[in-house]
Design a protein around this ligand. Structure first.
Ligand code: ADP
Ligand code: MG
Length: 240
């Protein structure tokens, strides 16, 4: 579903993605972990070309990501993204936030978009908030709306970049539970997170990044119980 081959990226002198090869199968859940500054966000952003790459190729469901243009917009619509900051439109209601993309990009009718949006809001447990504005919701509710909004585009893969890092502790679980349910329903997911409980329960594979490189790739069980590199051992010692 996602194929990154020999991907290199520099920010000026800084080599942020060093020969990244990452393949994600349909339905697979890959959790990306690693120290701050190791390139996790850049990797996520590269997957839907929010960040251009300098070398290598990235394909979504077999289609190579072009540099720009209408085809890029189309392919980007296949990749849902949820960020640390919820990025909802403040002047639109929850329901309008979820309806907007399907109407504008997928050319759905208003009635179809609304029906689907309500289904998705229900699925993430915030349907009772549909007519409120984002600021009237808790952080956890806003993040679940952001997930519903991404799902409304019928993405082939969902990217999550530290989706719970900005949340108060009591709201982290409701967002993680939503993500676990999505994983169980068969969604292909790439998740950057420091939530090791989520990685253990939901990940098919853990990817450990350090200094722009993928240093380890393993099942969560193997990775957490038997990290191979000193850098992974150090990292785990600090966060566990
Ligand atoms: P992570 O998400 O793992 O914390 P990032 O992908 O955000 O790491 O950043 C990787 C490295 O690239 C860091 O050293 C960061 O400072 C640098 N970086 C990120 N974005 C930019 C940018 N737009 N311009 C220059 N350097 C950047
Ligand atoms: Mg980051």
């Amino acid at each position: 579903m996602v194929a990154m081959d020999d991907v290199q990226k520099w920010f000026g002198e800084l080599h942020v993605l060093k020969d990244i090869n990452l393949h994600v199968k349909p339905g697979e859940v890959v959790v990306v972990i690693g120290p701050s500054g190791s390139g996790k966000s850049t990797l996520c952003r590269a997957i839907n070309r929010l960040e251009p790459i300098d070398q290598g190729t990235i394909a979504i469901d077999g289609a190579l990501l072009p540099e720009e243009g209408r085809k890029l917009a189309q392919l980007r619509a296949d990749v849902g993204m949820v960020f640390q900051s919820f990025n909802l439109f403040a002047h639109k209601t929850v329901l309008e936030n979820v309806m907007l993309g399907p109407i504008k990009v997928r050319k759905k009718s208003k009635a179809d978009a609304e029906k689907r949006a309500m289904e998705l809001l229900k699925r993430v447990g915030v349907d009772s908030q549909a007519n409120k504005y984002p600021a009237q919701l808790s952080g956890g509710q806003q993040q679940r709306v952001a997930i519903a909004r991404a799902l409304a585009m019928d993405p082939k893969v969902m990217l999550f970049d530290e989706p719970t890092s900005a949340l108060d502790p009591e709201m982290i679980k409701e967002v993680l539970d939503t993500m676990v349910a999505l994983a169980k329903a068969g969604m292909t997911m790439v998740v950057v997170t420091h939530e090791m409980g989520f990685a253990r329960t939901a990940a098919d594979r853990v990817v450990f990044m350090s200094d722009g490189q993928i240093l380890e790739e393993n099942t969560p069980q193997e990775f957490f119980d038997h990290p191979e590199t000193d850098r992974a051992k150090d990292f785990l010692a600090k966060i566990l």
